[in-house]
Design a protein around this ligand. Structure first.
Ligand SMILES: [Zn+2]
Length: 381
């Protein structure tokens, strides 16, 4: 299935097996950079490397056997799939002995990797999803208005409305219409047109909440729209695109994606800046892996900031789901903690379970000065 929302990741993260490990597999299948043959070759290399890693690993036989079966199944599936595959990445999570098998088609390339762990490795999926915003693009001129939904690199026409203001010019010669009253008449038609478009945008927002609103219109229209928009829409209006209703969806998509990339970069920069000043003034934020994990365990975290690609081994209490950096004993239940490959992945998962936002920051950034990880807090105990 196509990876499109957070719910899919949360559902995946819930999978646990008492007796077996899970294989999480990620393959870059970007046809822009590789031929099908090259993708098949990187698949083979990845599986072979994982095979020899697994052979050396100290696990009991039945666990290992299930993981070897996962690798075989994944290899067979991909070998058949790749010749006809056109998404940018493929993620498979499998636990053979528990009959667990999930495939995700990805719109963005992940790093090639295979993780054998107690539960699914969800961090690459969360990182891909976090890059996407649901955008509504409104393009409007005197003849018509169109609303597009833009998400994960795809564009769909949501709705359209026609109001031909130009045809009213034909009424000039009509009896009873002096030039002054005609001007008034046209201006009121224009107002109605804008009002209708603005109201309809708000209706669409209430129905299918979007994160960002982009508008393609002339100066005059923009000014009027901005004054008419509901405060919720004003807040979300993030960009102006150079597009008309008659432009092709592809053209509108290209325009919108360019602005989106720019906004995304600015947003990340601002977020890290806010984080830094919060830390400096000793406010509601923590930095570094130990402090961040401690705050997560206490349920204090509001927004988790992690550097893309940064990972560290750590420990986990399976009973309480508390995360530790190196403590062998769980502080809550005094039980023994187990080693995990990437404690950041556990942190991302825990943050999702606590309904916190997770922001994946592209390196290099100023977050590097704070140990590559940090969080904004709801409260500080
Ligand atoms: Zn515990």
């Amino acid at each position: 299935m196509k990876l499109i929302n957070q719910d899919q990741i949360e559902k995946l993260a819930e999978f646990r097996s008492k007796d077996y490990f899970t294989t999480s597999f990620f393959l870059d299948t970007s046809r822009d950079r590789m031929t099908k043959k090259e993708i098949q070759l990187s698949l083979k290399n990845l599986i072979n490397r994982s095979h020899s890693r697994l052979e050396k690993r100290n696990l009991d036989d039945k666990k290992k056997e299930s993981l070897f079966e996962d690798l075989k199944k994944i290899q067979d599936y991909c070998t058949q799939k790749i010749p006809f595959y056109d998404d940018y990445g493929l993620a498979i999570v499998s636990c053979h002995k528990e009959d667990f098998w999930e495939v995700f088609n990805l719109v963005k390339s992940p790093r090639n990797m295979v993780i054998f762990d107690r539960n699914p490795y969800v961090r690459p999926l969360s990182a891909i999803l976090e890059q996407y915003h649901r955008i509504c693009a409104l393009v409007i001129d005197k003849k018509e208005a169109k609303w597009y939904d833009i998400y994960m690199g795809e564009i769909d026409l949501m709705d359209q409305m026609e109001t031909d203001l130009s045809k009213h010019k034909g009424e000039t010669g009509r009896e009873g219409f002096g030039s002054q009253s005609l001007e008034k008449h046209l201006s009121s038609l224009f107002q109605t047109h804008i009002k209708k478009a603005s109201n309809h945008t708000f209706e669409l927002f209430k129905k299918d909440s979007f994160d960002w609103l982009f508008v393609g219109a002339s100066e005059e229209y923009l000014k009027e729209l901005k004054s008419q928009f509901h405060p919720y829409l004003k807040e979300r209006m993030k960009g102006v695109i150079k597009a008309k209703p008659s432009d092709s969806p592809d053209q509108i998509l290209r325009e919108a994606l360019e602005i989106k990339e720019d906004l995304k970069k600015k947003e990340q920069k601002q977020l890290v800046k806010d984080f830094e000043s919060e830390i400096k003034r000793g406010g509601l934020a923590v930095s570094g892996i130990r402090n961040t994990i401690r705050s997560l365990n206490k349920g204090e975290v509001k927004t988790l900031l992690v550097t893309r690609g940064f990972s560290k081994p750590g420990r986990l209490c399976l009973k309480c789901r508390y995360i530790y950096f190196d403590e062998e004993e769980c502080k809550a239940c005094k039980g023994k903690t187990i080693p995990v490959i990437d404690v950041i992945d556990e942190a991302v998962e825990a943050a999702m379970n606590l309904n916190c936002q997770v922001k994946h920051i592209n390196p290099p950034s100023r977050l590097d000065r704070y140990g590559g990880i940090g969080a904004f807090l709801r409260f500080k105990s």
